[in-house]
Ligand binder design. Structure first.
Ligand code: CA
Length: 228
C-alpha cells in the first residue's frame, strides 16, 4: 500500500497544494488544520511521514514537532517561510528530518518526502508492537488479533478496522474517517459497505453481535471500541 502522509497546515490553499503534489506522486494523504488535530490524527492513524507547517495557530509547528518526538520517530518534513540561510532555521528544525522553504514546487516537495522516507526507519517497522485492550490483543506486524487467546481470523479489511479502532480505543471514530482510513480518501465506496464490515467484525469479537459490548455504535457519529 502507498505510504500515508499526514500534512499539518492551517492555510487551506497550501494544504490543498500539498495534497495535490503528494497524491500526484502516488502517496496517500490525510490532513489536519492545526497542531492539536495533527497530533490526534498522528496517534490514531500512524502515518509514515508528517509534513508539518512551522507557522500554525494555537500550538506552533516547533511545539508540535517536540510533542511528536516525545513518543515517535516518525519522519517529519517541516515547511517554513524562513530562508534556509537564516541561522534560526537550524535551531528551529531540531527534531525534524528535513525542511522545505515556502513557496515550494510540487515536485520538490514530493522528492524531499520520498528521500526522507527512503533513509528513515520508524515505528511502522516495529514488529514487536502489541496493542491490548482487556482480552483483545492486536499485533500489527503479523496482522493478527486474538480475543482471550483465541485467534480471530480477520479478513484484511476487518483487521484494518480493528487496528484502527484499538489505536483509538475509548474515542468516537467517525464513519467518514473510517472510510478514509480503511478504504482510502479518493476511492468511492458505498457507505453501507462499512456497515457490512462492522457487522462481520462484531460477529468475530462479540459474544452476542446483536448486543455489542466492545464495538459500540454512537448514533449519528460513528463507533467506539471500549473494554466491556
Ligand atoms: Ca501556516
Amino acid at each position: 500500500m502507498a505510504e500515508l502522509i499526514l500534512a499539518i497546515e492551517d492555510e487551506e490553499p497550501v494544504r490543498e497544494a500539498i495534497v495535490a503534489a503528494l497524491e500526484a506522486d502516488g502517496f496517500r494523504v490525510i490532513t489536519a488544520a492545526d497542531g492539536a488535530e495533527g497530533l490526534e490524527r498522528l496517534r490514531g492513524e500512524r502515518p509514515d511521514l508528517v509534513v508539518l507547517d512551522l507557522m500554525l495557530p494555537k500550538i506552533d509547528g516547533m511545539d508540535v514537532c517536540a510533542q511528536i518526538r516525545e513518543h515517535s520517530e516518525v519522519p517529519i518534513v517541516m515547511l517554513t517561510g524562513l530562508d534556509e540561510e537564516d541561522d534560526r532555521v537550524k535551531g528551529l528544525m531540531r527534531g525534524a528530518d528535513d525542511y522545505i522553504t515556502k513557496p515550494f514546487r510540487a515536485r520538490e516537495l514530493s522528492a524531499r518526502v520520498r528521500a526522507v522516507l527512503r533513509r528513515s526507519t520508524h515505528w511502522s517497522s516495529d514488529d514487536r508492537e502489541l496493542l491490548e485492550l482487556g482480552d483483545l490483543q492486536v499485533r500489527p506486524a503479523a496482522r493478527s488479533a486474538s480475543m482471550a487467546g483465541r485467534e480471530l481470523n480477520l479478513t484484511p479489511k476487518e483487521f484494518d478496522l480493528l487496528e484502527y479502532f484499538i489505536r483509538n480505543a475509548g474515542n468516537v471514530v467517525e464513519r467518514g474517517r473510517l472510510l478514509d482510513r480503511v478504504w482510502g480518501e479518493d476511492e468511492y465506496i458505498d457507505p453501507r459497505t462499512l456497515d457490512v464490515h462492522i457487522r462481520w467484525l462484531r460477529e468475530k469479537i462479540e459474544d452476542d453481535p446483536s448486543d455489542p459490548k466492545w464495538l459500540l455504535t454512537v448514533r449519528g457519529k460513528g463507533y467506539k471500541l471500549v473494554k466491556p
